[in-house]
Structures are given as structure tokens and as C-alpha cells.
Design a protein around this ligand. Structure first.
Ligand SMILES: Nc1nc2c(ncn2[C@@H]2O[C@H](COP(=O)(O)OP(=O)(O)O)[C@@H](O)[C@H]2O)c(=O)[nH]1
Ligand SMILES: Nc1ncnc2c1ncn2[C@@H]1O[C@H](COP(=O)(O)OP(=O)(O)O)[C@@H](O)[C@H]1O
Length: 209
């Protein structure tokens, strides 16, 4: 696998990002997940240092002042940030990295960061289904649930700015779709790195007259 690529997954709360990422990462080699910092509460079943680093707002602002975040945002009323040192360390080790980041953070990574990045937007089949999944997950209080559903209305509008749209109807199908996106991009990036794309262009420009 060619290393050094950031695969940035985004989409409304409840769309199925974590579910699809976790299952896909079990099936590919040379990939690691970027564990973010967050100030939101840990959900039942979430593991410190695997799902997130759960920290206080004071600790978050301290890390921000120290320049520890590659990017950060306030999302659905909580703070989230990507560890700069983690990203650098894993890229140096030749890994590709999957990140789960909000819409604005994803677009910032694409536009501002000096890395190869691929942006993938995960959507549920309908708003109704999103409501059903979020309520079914049962991890948000009434206020947070309402805010996340409200936020999904503008998040969905930004999907066109992403490289890929992944409609998450059936989990196994979505996992295969994410893996096929990764394989396609890996091939494309390794061909460019091997100069093959360049050769192909030269060949087609060859004057046959
Ligand atoms: N900008 C940014 N967003 C993040 C980061 N980590 C998680 N998020 C986003 O924060 C939002 C809320 O994440 P979470 O509380 O886990 O809720 P979920 O979307 O329901 O899984 C999601 O859109 C995540 O993609 C981060 O490091 N930076
Ligand atoms: N394709 C799917 N069909 C039905 N339920 C799903 C599907 N994908 C995820 N879910 C469920 O929907 C809820 C939200 O999934 P999750 O991965 O936490 O989303 P996100 O990380 O985008 O907030 C979870 O309870 C999960 O089990």
C-alpha cells in the first residue's frame, strides 16, 4: 500500500461514519485511525484512547495554545481536535490515516493541509432514517439530539464539496464501498508517484503523423 494519504470521513451525526470506518479498518492493511480529542462525554462502550481522548474544556484550550491541533472545531456544542503529532508520526511511519472529522474540518484539511487527502461524505438514505438511527443509538439527550438533527440540514448541503458520497443503506455494502474507494485512490496515487500517469500522458501526446 502507498502510505501517506489522509482519508477524511465526514457526515451528519448518526449517518454511520464510526460503524463503517471501524469495520473497514478491520479489513485493510497499512491504515490507522486518527483518534481525536473531544470535550463531549464518553458514550457507553466508547474506549478512552481508541474512540477519543476525552478531555476537559480547560485541557482542550491548553492543547490548542500549545499548537497540538492540526485542526479543531466546535461541533454540535462540543470541542473536537485532530492531534498534529499523531498525524505526523503515523505519516512518517508510512501509514495511511482515516479521520472522522466534521464538514468544516474536512474542507480545511483538503484546502489548507500539505497532505494527499480524499474526502468521503457519509449520508443515510433519508432524514427520517437519520432520526431513527440517532434515536436508536440512544446516546444523546433531547437537547443534543435536536441540535444534531438541526445541524444535519446544513451539513447535507455541503456534500458536493467532497470527493466521494457514500450512501449508507446496508452496513456490509457501505464497508465494501469505503474499501473500494480506498483501493481506487491508492492505485491512482501510487501510479502518480511511480510516474505512470505522466508516461501515459506522454504516450497519448505522441505525434503519430
Ligand atoms: N473538526 C473536527 N471534527 C471532529 C473531530 N473528531 C470528531 N469530529 C466530528 O465531530 C462530530 C461529532 O462527533 P461525535 O460526537 O463522535 O458524534 P457522531 O457524529 O454522532 O459520531 C462529527 O461530525 C465528527 O466527524 C476532529 O478532530 N475535528
Ligand atoms: N446502514 C445502517 N443501517 C441501520 N443502522 C445503522 C447503519 N449504519 C449505522 N447504523 C446505526 O446507526 C447509529 C449511528 O451510527 P454511527 O456509526 O454511530 O454514526 P456516526 O458515527 O456517523 O454518528 C448506530 O446505532 C449504528 O449502529
Amino acid at each position: 500500500m502507498t502510505g501517506g494519504v489522509l482519508y477524511v470521513v465526514s457526515g451528519p451525526s448518526g449517518a454511520g461514519k464510526s460503524t463503517v470506518i471501524k469495520k473497514a479498518l478491520d479489513k485493510v492493511e497499512g491504515f490507522t485511525f486518527s483518534v481525536s480529542y473531544t470535550t463531549r462525554e464518553k458514550r457507553p462502550g466508547e474506549i478512552e484512547g481508541e474512540d477519543y481522548f476525552f478531555i476537559s474544556e480547560e485541557e482542550f484550550h491548553e492543547l490548542k495554545e500549545q499548537g497540538e491541533f492540526l485542526e479543531y472545531a466546535e461541533v454540535h456544542g462540543y470541542y473536537y481536535g485532530t492531534s498534529k503529532s499523531f498525524i505526523k508520526e503515523k505519516l512518517d511511519e508510512g501509514f495511511n490515516i482515516v479521520l472522522d472529522v466534521d464538514v468544516q474540518g474536512s474542507l480545511n484539511i483538503k484546502k489548507e493541509m500539505p497532505y494527499d487527502s480524499v474526502l468521503i461524505f457519509v449520508v443515510p438514505p433519508s432524514y427520517k432514517e437519520l432520526q431513527k438511527r440517532l434515536m436508536g443509538r440512544g446516546t444523546e439527550n433531547e437537547k443534543d439530539l435536536k441540535k444534531r438533527l438541526e445541524d444535519s440540514k446544513w451539513e447535507i448541503q455541503r456534500m458536493e464539496e467532497f470527493d466521494y458520497l457514500l450512501e449508507n443503506n446496508d452496513v456490509p455494502e457501505s464497508v465494501n464501498r469505503l474499501i473500494s474507494i480506498i483501493i481506487a485512490e491508492q492505485l491512482k496515487i501510487s501510479r502518480i508517484k511511480d510516474g505512470l500517469e505522466e508516461k501515459v500522458d506522454k504516450f497519448f501526446k505522441y505525434d503519430f503523423s
